[in-house]
Design a protein around this ligand. Structure first.
Ligand code: DGY
Length: 323
């Protein structure tokens, strides 16, 4: 049995597959595979372990011999899951293990933005640390403020806990379905989407990218937010409209923004958001810790091993494939 892996992954996951008697072929070049290369490399494989690779209907139909596809991510918006189910390929993801690390990045962006930390660092490098002016370089404080969570699932819960623990923030959230366990644990209140926009001092996005959430934070949404609010997105760049976000910041409809995800990725180095004092941008590093990436590789390997044994994979995103 052979698995093709679209990037080099942490040793932990690779080792597990090799110990299970699986031949592991990794794509070692530091560039993304083309669709033709992906189809060609997967042709003589029994499984695919996919890292940051778009798997569309054409690819899935051309690769229907695959017994399993394991993603090295919790998000699966870059896979045509319906097409995979049609050709009977189970798709696996890596839930839970990256919640803490991703929430840490949301918290980091919130704090860095509130004190303009990235901008201050750049200004020292530019030789701009000169005389002390008590009225400049002012940030805003977070103590006692309201954190609004859009998508209170596992990552949102971790972020809310950090905000309560560090700053005693009040938690409000908007989900399609109420999260009553989290409401009890955090003393959080469910609010409508408009109330979330109107009441949050910091609004943090932790939802999946779906047709319903795509472009959800647009000009009309930013217009309803407080002028002192900070917008944080560590989920997917396509959930916000980047031109509308820029305009909202320029026109001071909101105070600041922290992004670990942009649209497109990578963000162009000349993008105006990168030069705004109240904006902090990171290159999609939410899950990028040694511990979390190792744990993700292990879950992906477990999906591959089960799929190749003909067993139900442990972290399946399209359970209908087993009907
Ligand atoms: C995920 O797992 O979905 C993270 O965004 C990393 O891509």
């Amino acid at each position: 049995m052979k698995v093709f892996v679209t990037r080099v992954i942490p040793e932990e996951g690779r080792k597990l597959m090799i110990e299970a008697g699986i031949e592991v072929e990794e794509w070692k070049e530091k560039r993304a595979l083309s669709q033709e290369e992906l189809i060609a490399y997967t042709r003589d494989s029994d499984a695919l372990l996919s890292v940051s690779t778009r798997l569309d209907k054409d690819f899935l139909q051309a690769s229907s011999h695959l017994k399993v596809i394991a993603l090295h991510s919790v998000g699966y918006d870059n896979v045509d899951v319906e097409a995979a189910t049609e050709v009977k390929i189970p798709i696996g993801n890596t839930p839970c293990v990256l919640s803490g690390a991703t929430a840490d990045v949301a918290f980091l962006l919130m704090l860095a933005t509130s004190r303009k930390a990235f901008h201050m660092h750049k200004s020292i490098i530019k030789g701009e640390w000169d005389f002390f002016d008590p009225t400049s370089n002012l940030g805003i404080e977070l103590r006692g403020k309201t954190i609004g969570v859009f998508g209170l699932g596992k990552i949102g819960l971790e972020m809310a806990k950090c905000c309560i623990g560090a700053f005693g923030m009040q938690v409000i959230y908007h989900n399609r379905n109420r999260n009553e366990a989290a409401e009890k644990e955090l003393n959080a209140s469910w609010v409508s989407f408009d109330e979330l926009l109107e009441q949050s001092d910091v609004l943090t996005v932790h939802t999946a990218l779906t047709p319903e959430t795509e472009g959800k934070f647009d000009w009309s949404a930013f217009n309803k937010m407080k002028p002192g609010a900070i917008f944080i997105n560590t989920a997917r760049g396509a959930i916000h409209n980047e031109a509308d976000l820029l305009r909202a910041l320029v026109e001071k409809k909101i105070w600041g923004a922290g992004l670990d995800v942009t649209n497109p990725e990578p963000m162009h180095p000349d993008h105006p958001l990168l030069n705004m004092p109240n904006v902090s941008v990171l290159p999609h590093i939410g899950s990028a810790t040694e511990e979390t990436r190792a744990a993700m590789s292990v879950l992906a390997a477990r999906n591959i091993i089960a799929g190749l044994k003909g067993e139900r994979i442990p972290f399946v995103v399209n359970p209908d494939v087993y009907k």
